[in-house]
Structure formats: structure tokens, C-alpha cells
Ligand binder design. Sequence first.
Ligand code: AMP
Ligand code: MG
Length: 396
Amino acid sequence: MISVDAAQALCLGLVRAGEAEVVDLADALGRVLAAPLRAKRDQPPFSASAMDGYAVQSGQATTGSTFDVIGEAAAGHGWDGHVGPGQAVRIFTGAPVPDGATRVIIQENVTRNGDQITLTEPLKDNINIRPQGADFTRDFTLDAPRALTSADLALIAAMNHARVAVIRRPKVALISTGDELLMPGGDPGPDQIIASNVFALQAMLAQTGAEAHVLPIAPDTPEALDTTLAQAADWGADIIVTIGGASVGDHDLVAPALDRFGVTRSFHKIAMRPGKPLMAGAKGRVAFLGLPGNPVSAVVCGHLFLLPMVRRALGLDDVLPPALTARLTAPLPAGGPRAHYMRARFDEGDAARQVTAFDRQDSSMLTVLAEANCLLLRPIDDAPKAAGDAVTIYPI
Ligand code: AMP
Ligand code: MG
């Protein structure tokens, strides 16, 4: 059995970044920028007033100085003339600062009488002008790869790009396997259970930026699996994920089916709890991941292996789940021969981040998983831990 780290490295070796596609900015949230993007203009494109007030050549101005108001500049409507000594232009936020003016006096600091203003307060350091290019200049580039945030979309718009090149969403096919499975909302027979894992995985994939496709449940026959794997490949999947049937019992048909399909296996079985039967491989450019059927195992392996593969297919650099350190609220016994990813709950305490592992760690317990907000890692053969000891957690 290989370690989790080794299995993650092998899984990542099975995928490579997809090609770029161009999308409208309005559709680009969360997408990964495919290439460095250069601004098409300076922002602001001209020196702009930061306040409502009067644009002046302030040189010697002191309290009591007067200025003749000779024009008006509003956002979208600049004033073309030149502001000389003793002159002022009425100006509003966002308007181009007229030629000759060196500062904007805020309107609260003057009194106006007809076409004359008088300074009522001493001038402060702030000239209330946003210089041309203060935000960015036309040589500014947004570096790739980068998962675009809402703020990035505003920035790219200000850079005057209406469309943006992003990495295509990887296509991930999800195949539930098992004679006992039925989709939710149906009328289960006495021996049946509901196929649940696929809903968590589909949601996790969507959140991570993949295009997920749920195939019909494959019953436990070689023919059904062969047919469904072929359907997934025909759909154009980049990653084909099977759920269940990954062990070596009589009804665990996935490994032989992948062999028949021509998949070159990277590994089968890892030193991990839950998730020991995990397998992975590739056929040409298509990656395969065989998840265990137990719901918690499937979801934990989804976080640790599938989502990093998706991030790699999106061309991202940091693809593994980010680890945090937290203090145990209660002692834990010694770890075992497999790395244990315990379902746990952490919170940001006043003094330190604290984490509590749930008592029930059975890999079929979805109620426990639903209460968990992290996985607490017990490395192989970890020594017993006392309350207050530091452990590694992975938020989920
Ligand atoms: P398997 O890996 O096929 O041996 O399945 C392990 C356990 O997980 C069994 O109790 C299955 O009934 C259950 N199981 C398998 N696939 C699913 C699924 N898609 N949703 C919920 N439970 C499943
Ligand atoms: Mg099964």
C-alpha cells in the first residue's frame, strides 16, 4: 500500500492543464485565467478629481484667499481651458482635472459668492486628485494562473477587456456502481439504499470549477460497467470517476473493468483511513479514479485526490488541500498503520484554533460528515495526543 502523499503525486501525474477558451467577463467568475492579461489603458486614464469642490492652482493660497470661478468640470464632461493663478473650476468627483490646476479644494472648505469662492480653512496635504494611472497603467498585467474573483472581474473590466481567456472546465464523469443503489426520490426495495455520494461529489466538482456529468447507476455486472465506462469516454470525460466496487470482494468489479477498458493502473489501495481501496490510472489522456463506495470514504477521497486533479487540470499551482494547525480539545489514542483522516469540527477560539474529533468515525456516517468542517490527520503510527496538542487539519 502506498502513502497518501505518493498516491496524490501519482493522481496529479495523470492530468495536465486543459486548453484555453474565451468567455464573456460576466461568465468568468471562478474561472482560471489562462494567460497573463495586460491592461489596455491607464486607470484613471486622466488625472481625476477625488472630491466635489474647486480645482485651483493652489501655490500661495491661505485662509481668506479668493478665486474666480471660470468653468465647470463633471464626470464625463471635462473643461477645456487652463486654470491660472486666482482662478478656480467647479469640479465633481471623477471629472478630469483641468490643465493648470494642481489641487481640488473640497467644497466644504470654501464659501461661494456668485462667481467667487473664498477659502475658509487652511489647505491640508491632500490634493484630492487621483493621478493618471494611479490604480494601474497600461503595462499592468494580471498574472496567470489565477482563479478569478468578483473583484478581479471589475479590474479586468476597468482594463477594458470584455472577454477573457480561461482554462476550459475539465469534464468529470461520475459512475455509481452497485445493485443496491437507487436515485433519491424513488421507491426503494427492501434491499436497496439511495445513491448519495454522487451528490456530494457533483457539488464539490462544481465548486472547484469542473463540469460534472452523472451517468446512470451501473449494476454489479461486468457488462453494465463496460457500457457505462464507454458512455463516459464517449461524453469526452477528462476524468472518469467510479464510486464503489473498488475492493476485492466477489462483487467488486471496478478493477477488472478498468483493466478490460485498457486503463494502465497507477496504484490500487492506499495506507489511508477511510479510503483504503482507492485506485487510479489512465488511458491515453483520460484519467481514472476508483473511489470506495462508503459515502464518507468517497467524499474524503474526493477532497484529497479528485479535487486536486481538477485543480491541476485547471492549470492551478497550489492544488493540494491547504493544511492548518489546530489544538485538540480532547486527547486521542495512538494512530494506526494507516493515515487516519478523522471527521472533526474546528473553530477559531479566542487564543488558538481548536479542533474536536467526532466520536463516531465509521465511514458510512453521513450525519457525522455533515457536522464536520474539517478532516483531522493522524499520521501513520502517530503517538497518543493530549488535549492542547497541535494537529494538522484540512478544512472541508
Ligand atoms: P462498495 O465499495 O461497493 O463495496 O460499497 C461500500 C459500501 O458503500 C456499501 O455499503 C455500499 O452499499 C455503499 N455504497 C456504494 N456506493 C454507494 C453510493 N453511490 N452511495 C451510497 N452508498 C454507496
Ligand atoms: Mg458495491
